[in-house]
Design a protein around this ligand. Structure first.
Ligand code: ADP
Ligand code: ZN
Ligand code: ZN
Length: 675
């Protein structure tokens, strides 16, 4: 009850965002119904029924339909009265199909008051069939140990981190924990990043939990969402919800366990638009309120979680063995700076990567190529004068998409035609620079004409179906080489991938953000984890211009502890999370001078309260998006400050700025704990 109230009140504004159209959609929601037929109450005794049947003697079709109806509906007598409770409900369509009659015939039976139509609500939701708990696979020894440690951990802590290397069988452990929760009549919320919510995981859970499992993701229509919502509020809610980020906002009445798989995934945080919430944090708060436990799972936990698990705030369970004693892949570092220098690169490929790909294809195995740039060429340049096309609305250069024959801004989505001549110097010598996934695909098809190639990035996965088709084709070995952005690293389990190529690690490492190394390490470890899942040791070709960086060595040796040790040292030294909280304050306005003055004013105000914890204002790396100029103020707050007080001052500062009539159309917003 209180949970229901909680969802209806406190979470109200968050809900507005979670359900497109918000609660208004719920109000306007019309349940989908179908017409069913019942025997008229007056006919529910032998005598009246006999008379009715008699009266139909001359109406052959109607008689046929009516006797068919009687035969198909549940028949019972009680003290001489026929009770035909629609225990087995019969729809009009079912009757028409079985009796081979028209709707006119049914209508005449209704008009004669023999049958009474009524509407029955039907679910739009999929029906998963009966649960089959005996489909659960027994755990191996290492998994069982981890399972026990988790259960034990929950005795002392509300949150436990399962740090299990890729393919160690974390999912199986989750399934066992879910079963245990169900035995205790508890509900389970299982959160996954949107992108990992594929057929693979759905089928694994459905095989065990059948129709006790509900699925919830952003591609669902409003009607489907409302239906799940209503089911969760009904007497017979789903026991298990498998969902993406916003599933954390669904109502639960007896929540016992929340599983957050791939907890390091940045997509758990809703970045834009508001509400900027992190599903992990929301789930932990929600679980605490409901008295439920939270299990975080990852092969590469994020810095905050690692810290919480090593300072005793969370329980910590480690699973270092891959299932079936499979080895981690062998990672070879390829120095592409040297190779470029010696002109030995073939496009984005080193000779050793090409050789490894060739071996894999010849052996009937598959290859994954990871390139963190979509489009054809990330940049176009005039070879004479150095001019590059830029977006008119944003402070970024445009990406060339060859298939679409256009230039696209990856910040606002605006497209431009490709110029024939340089508008600056008139030269025709315009060339693309760098490799996007589309160009990698072109090059692969040129070098391996016999291979079946697929590309997975934002451009090829606009629809959910497209995404699942690419995955299932690759799973079923209908494609040999899968090229993609970070999408290819997401919790997928393929059997025949023997080679993974990371084409350019530097684009991740050089990203101007304090999390660049953390994200690069995660990405490289995750994508490497796709190699050699079953049977044979996989091989990863890691191409970089900076092979001497410690993080590269840590990836190669799978030196997780070393990586986090260095990371923590650096974060502490430079006052970053998990030792400090970061709050980014953004100001946006179409006039550069206005936003600049507003940012200075707000910066001065915040400095009065927060002192040298305030940095900036500065122009961010991309200082203009969608024709709005941006300024950014960074606040670094040591852990343990009074959050309510901080919020008060932030809002006070914002109010002061927007109330100033010079700045009244400036947008100010906060991003707390940015990723
Ligand atoms: P993770 O989630 O840690 O990446 P998975 O749970 O996907 O690992 O397990 C990797 C593979 O090993 C999957 O194909 C899974 O079916 C298999 N597997 C894991 N545990 C078991 C088990 N106890 N019995 C049989 N197969 C298992
Ligand atoms: Zn030019
Ligand atoms: Zn733009």
């Amino acid at each position: 009850r209180w949970l229901a109230d909680y969802y209806m009140s406190a979470a109200g504004d968050v809900l507005q965002a979670a359900l497109p159209g918000g609660l208004k959609a719920a109000d306007a929601y019309k349940p989908k119904t179908e017409t069913c037929l019942a025997l008229a109450p007056e006919l529910r005794n032998e005598r009246a029924l006999g008379i009715a049947l008699d009266s139909l003697r001359r109406a052959g079709k109607q008689l046929e339909a009516f006797t068919c109806f009687l035969a198909m509906t549940h028949w019972d007598t009680f003290e001489g009265t026929v009770t035909r409770q629609p225990v087995v409900e019969l729809t009009r369509d079912e009757l028409m199909n079985t009796a081979h009659c028209t709707s006119a015939i049914v209508k005449s039976l209704v008009d004669r008051k023999f049958l009474v139509p009524y509407e029955r609500e039907v679910g739009r939701l999929n029906h998963g069939g009966e649960p089959h708990l005996d489909n659960i696979k027994p755990l191996n020894e290492a998994q069982q140990e981890a399972y026990n440690a988790i259960v034990f951990g929950f005795l002392k802590k509300n949150v436990v981190l399962l740090h299990g290397v890729t393919s160690s069988g974390k999912t199986e452990i989750y399934i066992h924990l879910i079963r245990q929760a169900l035995e205790k009549k508890q509900q389970v919320l299982y959160l996954l990043p949107e992108i990992a919510l594929t057929v693979q995981i759905r089928q694994r859970l459905q095989a065990v939990f059948g129709d006790r499992l509900g699925i919830y993701h952003s591609k669902y229509s409003d009607a489907e969402r409302v239906e799940i919502w209503k089911k969760q509020m009904s007497q017979n809610p789903y026991d298990v919800i498998l969902g993406a980020r916003s599933a954390v906002l669904l109502p639960f009445v007896r929540l016992g366990l929340v599983i957050i798989d791939e907890e390091h995934e940045t997509s758990f945080k809703q970045q834009d638009p508001a509400p900027r919430y992190h599903a992990r944090s929301a789930a932990i708060v929600l679980a605490a309120k409901a008295g439920a436990k939270v299990l975080l799972g990852s092969a590469t936990p994020c810095a905050e979680t690692w810290h919480n698990a090593h300072t005793g705030k969370y329980g910590y369970v480690r699973l270092d063995k891959r299932f079936g004693d499979m080895q981690l892949p062998e990672i070879h570092v390829v120095d592409i700076k040297d190779l470029q220098h010696r002109k030995m690169m073939n496009g984005p490929f080193s000779p050793s990567l090409l050789a490894a790909m060739r071996r894999a294809l010849d052996g009937g195995e598959q290859v994954i190529l990871f390139q963190n740039r979509r489009g054809f060429a990330p940049m176009v340049e005039c070879r004479e004068c150095g001019w590059t096309p830029r977006c008119e609305l944003c402070d970024v250069s445009l990406t060339y998409h060859k298939n679409l024959e256009q230039l696209t801004c990856h910040y606002c989505g605006r497209t431009y035609t490709v110029p024939d001549v340089c508008p600056c110097c008139g030269s025709r010598n315009l060339k693309g620079r760098g490799y996007g996934t589309e160009k990698v695909e072109d090059k692969v098809m040129e070098l391996f004409p016999e291979a079946r190639v697929a590309r997975m990035d934002l451009d090829t996965t606009r629809t959910r179906d497209a995404y699942e088709r690419i995955i299932s084709d690759f799973s079923a070995h209908r494609t040999d080489i899968l090229i993609g952005t970070q999408m290819v690293s997401k919790g997928l389990d393929f059997d025949r991938v023997s080679v993974v190529g990371i084409l350019n690690a530097d684009s991740m490492l050089n990203y101007p953000d304090f999390r660049a190394y953390e994200h690069a390490f995660m990405m490289m470890a995750q994508v490497s984890g796709r190699a050699g899942r079953k049977g044979k040791r996989g091989c990863v070709m890691l191409q970089t211009k900076s092979p001497e960086l410690p993080v590269i060595g840590q990836v190669v040796r799978n030196d997780v502890d070393g990586f986090y040790r260095d990371l923590m040292e650096e974060r502490q030294l430079f006052r970053y999370p998990p030792f400090y909280h970061i709050i980014n304050v953004y100001l946006k306005h179409k006039d550069n001078a206005v936003v600049s003055a507003a940012a200075d004013a707000l910066g001065a105000l915040l400095r009065q309260w927060f002192g040298d914890r305030v940095l900036g204002p500065d122009k961010p790396a991309v200082a203009k998006v969608k024709a709005l100029n941006i300024r950014k103020i960074v606040i670094k707050l040591e852990n343990g400050l009074d959050r309510a007080a901080v919020r008060l001052y932030l809002n006070k500062g914002k109010a002061a700025v927007v109330q100033d009539k010079r700045f009244k159309s400036v947008t100010v917003y906060f991003d707390v704990d940015p990723l």
